[in-house]
Every structure is written in C-alpha cells, then in structure tokens.
Design a protein around this ligand. Structure first.
Ligand code: FES
Length: 134
C-alpha cells in the first residue's frame, strides 16, 4: 500500500516530519565542485562553485558568502529567496514553500540541491547576502 503524505497541498509540516540533524555551512568533506556549474547571487553578482551533494546555502558558505538562515532544515523560511534561473530539488520531502510559491520561483536554499539533470548556473535573487571574512 502506498503511503499518502499529510497536507501535501499546503506544504505544512508537522513536528514529526522535521529531520533531526542540522546541517553545517561548509560543503561536505571532499565534495568537488561540479564542473561548469555555479551559484550566482544577484544583485551583487557574486558566484560560488556548486559542489556535488551540497545545498545552495552550503555552496555559498564555502565561498565565503553568508545567506540569511536560521533553522537550516527547511522549516523557518529565514533563507527564502527567488530563483531567477536554474532548477533545484529538495533534500526533504516537504520544504516550507507552497506550490504557488514554487511556481513563482521561491526556494529555500538551506535544503535546495542543484538538480543534476539540469545544466547551467543557478541564479538567486539574494539581496540579504553578505561576504564573510576568510
Ligand atoms: S534556514 Fe530555515 S528554512 Fe532555510
């Protein structure tokens, strides 16, 4: 029998859906940048390589760019920003963005991974991004 997720149309998650581990800012150990693919942030026009297996938040952090964030598990929406180009998939089943918001391009970089089946840069409108001293 196929399991039917609760409240799929709202994107609302229960406490039981929240994955326990929080994710560090750095890219996973040994992750190599995917050739030719970058995360590009607007309006600053800063770029970061996209490592395999890392979230967009981790990719930015590894390049010394801090995006607004809090929970880092797709719940609080502190990191929400609009994707101007590119395609992502999520590391959790029900990230805290509605279907309508997804259609409008809103994503949660803390749980968004580059879609391996898509080519080209991922471009985010992230006016709250800041460079961190390295
Ligand atoms: S940091 Fe909380 S949803 Fe992304």
């Amino acid at each position: 029998m196929m399991a039917i997720p609760l409240l799929p149309q709202t994107g609302i998650r229960t406490m039981h859906d929240i994955p326990p581990p929080l994710f560090p800012d750095a890219a996973p150990d040994g992750a190599a940048p995917a050739p030719g693919r970058r995360l590009r942030l607007l309006p600053q026009d800063w770029t970061a390589p996209l490592p395999d297996g890392g979230t967009l938040l981790q990719a930015a952090g590894a390049a010394g760019i801090e995006l607004p964030s809090s929970c880092r598990n797709g719940t609080c929406r502190a990191c929400i920003c609009r994707m101007a180009a590119g395609r992502v998939r999520y590391r959790i089943d029900w990230p805290g963005v509605s279907v309508e918001e997804r259609r409008e391009g809103w994503i949660l970089p803390c749980v968004a991974l580059p879609d391996e089946d898509a080519a080209g840069d991922i471009v985010l409108e992230a006016p709250g991004a800041v460079r961190t001293p390295r």
